[in-house]
Design a protein around this ligand. Structure first.
Ligand SMILES: [Zn+2]
Length: 329
């Protein structure tokens, strides 16, 4: 063995064998690197190293076929080049890693963008110009806006009486769904049907869709127990007040007898509902009228035949409206 190693070419081949045992690499890649290396080192040196490989004897036989075609390390200069070749391979691997990292960063930015747009409900924001963490600052702000809306809604219903909403089925005889675009007044009626209930009057309006015997309805009906049933949304026209249907809200009131005088429960609910509607629509008790004031019809009978009672009713509405506006109920 010692004698064999004294031959310089055998020694080079043996050292190469030892190096290969320490750093096994994929044969295909190695062959490509060697091809590049041969191109760099010139044909004369390449043929010399190939010859050395052929004389490697048992050491050369120990390697695989691909390994065998690779020349042994002939000089320090080639070793430096081989190391730089490995660095390039590492750089290539680093390049692939960098590419993957960049792709991951792009996906992360897109995900953040998506979340930001969804959270902010489409409001225009530039997330990558936003300091990290400030996105969360939008949440309390949004919450404050929501709270403000809730408070506004609570303010709107402040002092409102309880309302049983039983909207009529849309139909041409009692709920034609004509838009009510402005409200300039509230018209008070009586049912002219002593002892009838609010529910019975509402059902009569509802049944007009089948019977078609009349074209009549009302936004609200107030019953003998003070209950309030809503039949028509306040942004739709009701068939109650003739030419003032187009800009008023109508209230039908039940009454116990032929005089048409409302009982206390009905009267109290009428004052509450009328005052609240005035506040909600930004009008006053002066805008509250009788059906009589539109057509001269005897409706609501008691308020037509007792002018003082009508005047008192409007005063009661105004007092309630003032308290609503002052928040002193
Ligand atoms: Zn009427």
């Amino acid at each position: 063995m010692q004698d064999w190693l004294e031959d310089p070419e055998n020694r080079i081949a043996y050292e190469q064998f030892l190096e290969d045992c320490e750093e096994p690499e994929a044969p295909v890649r190695r062959r490509r690197d060697d091809t590049q290396k041969r191109q760099r080192t010139g044909s004369a040196r390449a043929s010399r190293t190939a010859g050395a490989s052929r004389t490697a004897g048992t050491a050369g036989a120990a390697r695989g076929n691909a390994e065998r075609s690779r020349p042994p390390r002939p000089s320090a200069g080639l070793m430096v080049r081989r190391r730089s070749s490995r660095r390039r391979r590492r750089r290539r691997r680093g390049g692939i890693r960098g590419l993957l990292l960049r792709a991951a960063a792009v996906i992360a930015v897109l995900a953040l963008l998506f979340l930001a747009v969804r959270r902010l409900g489409g409001r225009i924001r530039i997330p990558f110009l936003t300091v990290p963490g400030t996105e969360e600052a939008g949440t309390p702000q949004q919450g404050a806006e929501d709270m403000q809306e809730t408070e506004n809604e609570q303010d709107r219903w402040y002092g409102a009486p309880g309302i049983d909403v039983q909207l009529l089925t849309p139909n041409e005889h009692s709920r034609p769904q004509i838009p009510l675009t402005e409200v300039n007044g509230i018209v008070v009626h009586y049912t002219a049907n002593p002892g009838s209930t609010a529910q019975a009057n509402r059902n009569y309006f509802e049944n007009l869709k089948d019977t078609g015997e009349n074209d009549v309805s009302s936004h609200f009906v107030i019953g003998l127990d003070g209950e309030i049933i809503q039949c028509i949304p306040c942004d739709e026209v009701a068939y109650a007040s003739n030419e003032r249907n187009s800009d008023t809200i109508s209230i039908e009131c039940c009454h116990p007898d032929e005089t048409g005088k409302f009982n206390d429960a009905t009267y109290d609910s009428l004052v509450r509902l009328t005052a609240w509607l005035c506040k909600d629509r930004g009008i006053t008790s002066k805008d509250v009228i009788r059906h009589y004031d539109v057509t001269g019809k005897d409706c609501p009978r008691y308020f037509v035949q007792n002018e003082d009672a009508w005047t008192q009713f409007r005063q009661d509405v105004q007092e309630r409206l003032d308290a609503l506006n002052a928040g002193t109920l």
